[in-house]
Design a protein around this ligand. Structure first.
Ligand code: PBG
Ligand code: ZN
Length: 347
């Protein structure tokens, strides 16, 4: 029973009807904004390849976090950009490290803001690698000790959720155990469970955290981007080990992975719309080739449609502003003259 009985265009004839039957909605309450903390005071440096995103010292960062919370964005993902690095990544787990100090302040100063922390060594090692390198290879089990130390230091500082980023084997089990042993059995783990070795992270390293690799690559721990069954195995393992939320990264290049992950595991899924994805849209918009706001909303909606519950994105604030403006435009209008006329006709 096709045409002319079925006319799909009936439900697309105006925005009100399209809205009524819309299947997926972007909502501010599902966005997570990455923030970059640097030591010192009075620092607010824009990251050139991520316009609109700043490295900030805690005085500026706390103001930004409060402004972010006011837009309705519920959570931030915190990264530290330390002044000094070393072989052991000791700055990553120091009680007074940049991230630990920032967590403490945010939890005291900004009400109801969820502070998620990226748990990884790569911003803190001289090599730029995520953990400890032995004979040119990322030493899995030695690096688990580092990850456990970072995790506990974030938990003790008051982090609401920890997000392990380096795809070590057994990482979630080790973290869960460490947290439970220290009384943090209620602290959720948001695992970068399916994270692909992607050049889309380059802007993040080069200018976001200054942690470009001194040698080698991350292909022995991050996934080969040709694989998707393997992504399902990785996600399955992390869930068995105790992960509460699954991250798929990158997002736009992995919509198939997001979709499979959601339908196979029925767990909360977050997609990370990474620095290179931001740079692609922002760059094309600066060349006048694409409309930044429209493409941004289309991209973020596509991530939702694929099945992501949460979206980590450098666009979060901009998207929140646009969505709020849209809500305001929809607020009710009443045609007084029409009412008068109708009431007149009744009398
Ligand atoms: C690990 C981490 C990275 C990103 C977020 N957390 C780098 C990596 O995993 O190799 C990349 C994020 C982005 O490109 O926006 N600390
Ligand atoms: Zn790392």
């Amino acid at each position: 029973m096709g045409y002319p009985v079925q006319r799909p265009r009936r439900l697309r004839q105006n925005e009100a009807i399209r809205g009524l039957v819309r299947e997926n909605e972007l909502s501010v309450g599902k966005l997570i904004l990455p923030l970059f903390a640097v030591p010192g005071r009075g620092v607010r440096r824009e990251i050139p390849s991520l316009p609109g995103t700043y490295q900030m010292s805690i005085d500026h960062l706390v103001e930004e976090a409060a402004a972010v919370r006011d837009t309705g964005i519920p959570a931030v993902l915190l990264f530290g950009v330390p002044d000094t690095k070393d072989e052991l990544a000791s700055g990553a787990y120091a009680a007074d490290g940049i991230v630990q100090q920032t967590i403490r302040l945010l939890k005291r100063a900004v009400r109801d803001l969820i502070v998620i922390t990226d748990v990884c060594g790569c911003e803190y090692t001289t090599s730029g690698h995520c953990g400890y390198i032995r004979d040119g290879y990322l030493d899995n089990d030695a690096s688990l000790d580092l990850i456990a130390k970072i995790t506990l230091s974030h938990a003790e500082a008051g982090a609401d959720i920890v997000a392990p980023a380096c795809m070590l084997d057994g990482q979630i089990q080790r973290m869960r155990q460490a947290l439970d042993d220290r009384g943090f059995s209620n602290l959720p783990i948001m695992s970068y469970a399916a994270k692909f070795a992607s050049r889309l992270y380059d802007p993040f390293f080069k200018e976001g955290t200054h942690s470009t690799l001194a040698f080698g690559d991350k292909k022995t721990h991050q996934m080969d981007f040709a694989n998707s069954d393997e992504a399902m195995r990785e996600i399955g393992l992390d869930i068995e080990e105790g992960a509460d939320i699954i991250i798929v990264k990158p997002a736009l290049f992995c919509l198939d992975i997001v979709s499979r992950a959601k339908s196979q595991f029925h767990m909360p899924v977050a997609a990370y719309n990474v620095s290179g994805e931001y740079a692609m849209i922002d760059g094309a918009a600066r060349l006048g080739r694409l409309n930044c706001d429209e493409i941004m909303l289309e991209a973020l909606t596509a991530i939702r449609r694929a099945g992501a519950d949460l979206i980590i994105t450098y666009f979060a604030k901009r998207a929140a502003e646009l969505l709020q403006r849209h809500d305001k435009d929809l607020s009710s209008h009443i045609d007084r003259a029409a009412v008068e006329e109708a009431l007149g006709a009744l009398a």
